[in-house]
Design a protein around this ligand. Structure first.
Ligand code: PRP
Length: 218
């Protein structure tokens, strides 16, 4: 049996065509079901639905053999105990620093002000500002980072930006790029060894599916 950890939402939506191309289709629609374990057309493959930030943990501990996780989540997790053999080229966005339109970010940096930074991505934010010797107080949030400066909780946010619509709608502007994000296939190294005959073809099938999608996109 191979277990694949996926998270509902954009990752599931964009990973499904890759799974299908890899020969795996879900026995039921995860958006209509409350089930967390979903059978597939292959009796030896099942899907577990996890929260996006939990996917690396399931794979690290071998509760899932494979999974899909964004680089944002992998960076926070640290990636210990995980192979990341394929960039699935889905879930693309950028991790950025953003501030209210009226906030003088450049001036604050020049004055070496201490900044209050609200984010879900504590490790990435600490690395980013640490590398620039900017003094920060990090405030951990679990969602809607854009609200923090509007409500006076923070001066600055570190968040994911895709279309930029959420920033614009909340009168924020992006001031620095932290990293380009896409989702990776993650694999438990012990499963790759012990279940090589099952897991290796699955990795190869994902890799081929990505290449074929890339060909279609051209
Ligand atoms: C992400 C991110 C931003 C938004 C950016 O949130 O945190 O809020 O998308 O997208 P845009 O640039 O296209 O507007 P998501 O909806 O994934 O939910 P989250 O707050 O739970 O991360």
């Amino acid at each position: 049996m191979i277990t694949i950890a996926l998270s509902k939402g954009r990752i599931l939506e964009e990973a499904l065509p890759l799974l299908t191309a890899a020969g795996v289709t879900l026995a039921e629609d995860p958006d209509r079901s409350r089930k967390l374990v979903i059978e597939t057309n292959r009796p030896d493959v099942r899907i577990v639905l996890v929260r996006a930030s939990d996917a690396p943990t399931y794979v690290q501990y071998g509760a899932a053999d494979l999974g899909v996780a964004g680089l944002d989540v992998l960076h926070e997790h640290g990636g210990e105990g995980l192979y990341q053999p394929v960039d699935l080229e889905i879930g693309r966005c950028r991790m950025m620093v953003a501030v209210p339109e009226a906030f003088d970010y450049e001036g604050a940096l020049a004055r070496r002000s201490r900044l209050r930074v609200a984010t879900k991505y504590i490790r990435a934010a600490r690395d980013h500002f640490g590398a620039r010797a900017v003094q920060v107080d990090l405030i951990k949030l679990y969602g809607s980072m854009e609200l923090a400066p509007l409500a006076g909780l923070a001066d600055v946010i570190v968040d994911l930006v895709s279309s930029g619509n959420t920033l614009r709608a909340n009168r924020l502007r992006a001031v620095e790029d932290i990293m380009d994000i896409s989702s990776r296939l993650i694999v438990n190294p012990a499963a790759l060894k012990m279940k090589h005959a099952e897991v290796q073809p699955m990795i190869a099938a994902f890799r081929a599916a990505v290449e074929s999608q890339r060909g279609l996109a051209r």
